[in-house]
Design a protein. Structure first.
Length: 316
């Protein structure tokens, strides 16, 4: 949620004229995140988040918007999209697809407590019990084809040891068949900055723009990879145990998912190592931008190569 596109006050006021939300009071760019342009918007009648989509294809956005609405309707705290006076949700602003959503309470946490970890696992399990039967479908835009293309783009920019690690990991990743595991719609990007808390309770899940139909266990692996590793690669077993305890209270993973756990963690490590290396080597311009350190995900891949027993032990 960086800011790549500058939205001027007059342009925003014209945009808001189509909504019954009162006059603009204040707005500011949001620095967190990477992919899209986001602004906090306050009007006389409420607080909202405005997103301008820099990467997501316009044809994929109705899936994301409908999913966010359905989750909110079913008690999962997703940011509800806001319709204009004519009932239209998806708009255009500064020649980009644009969406206004309700501002959710709470804030993200950098160092989550064990109670917060358990609450997040609980919320993810609740979400999956709903999305396992969600009818709409969206393909994963960052699957094996994307992995291969991104790897080709960054490979020669990596030091020799990392090139070798990349080659070994790509070869092993082709052994995993995610379609053979229990399926549903997954968030696929539920990092710490995409969950909001009020105290120990989850008050919001945000940024569903990578959501797609896929293996449910992949979503859990994304959470463990981000929430349960220090920047240097140290594994936080207590946090991971709390997340999985919360999750399994709603949806205990199958034997096939547990057997595939190490391979799924490898797929997650590869996906985010590649995306962060790509962003580092091919940065995009903007007013407020950030790239994230790929080292954590490289460390996860190295841990798996060394055995990964700590990750397997989560299911004992």
């Amino acid at each position: 949620m960086s800011v790549y596109t500058d939205v001027t006050e007059p342009a925003l006021k014209r945009f808001l004229d189509d909504y019954a939300l009162g006059e603009l009071v204040a707005y500011a760019g949001i620095a967190d995140g990477i992919e899209n342009t986001n602004y906090r918007v306050e009007t006389r009648d409420g607080r909202y988040v405005l997103t301008l989509f820099e990467q997501t294809a316009a044809e994929d956005l109705p899936f994301c918007i409908d999913l966010m609405t359905a989750l909110a309707d079913h008690g999962i705290p997703s940011a509800r999209p806001v319709a204009d006076r004519n009932g239209k949700l998806l708009q255009r602003l500064e020649n980009k697809p644009a969406l206004l959503v309700e501002h959710l309470p709470g804030k993200s946490v950098e160092q989550p407590s064990l109670r917060q970890c358990r609450a997040l696992g609980d919320m993810l399990g609740r979400m999956h019990t709903f999305t396992a039967t969600y009818a709409a479908h969206r393909e994963n835009e960052r699957g094996l084809v994307w992995h291969t293309e991104a790897a080709a783009a960054v490979r020669n920019r990596l030091p020799g040891a990392d090139r070798a690690l990349l080659d070994r990991t790509l070869a092993k990743s082709r052994e995993l068949n995610p379609a053979a595991l229990p399926q549903g719609v997954i968030h696929a990007d539920l990092f710490r900055d995409n969950a909001l808390f009020e105290g120990d309770a989850v008050s919001g899940l945000i940024d569903f723009y990578y959501a797609h139909s896929g293996a449910l266990i992949y979503d859990l692996a994304v959470v463990v990879a981000d929430w349960c590793f220090e920047p240097g690669g140290e594994f936080l077993n207590a946090q991971a145990t709390a997340i999985i305890d919360g999750y399994t209270g709603h949806r205990p993973p199958t034997a096939a998912e547990r057997t595939a756990w190490r391979a799924v963690m490898r797929a997650v490590g590869l996906r985010f190592w590649l995306s962060r290396e790509f962003d580092r080597h091919f940065p995009r311009g903007g007013m407020i931008t950030q790239t994230k350190d790929p080292a954590t995900f490289r460390a996860i891949l190295l841990l798996l190569e060394a055995g990964g027993e700590a990750l397997d032990a989560l299911w004992e």
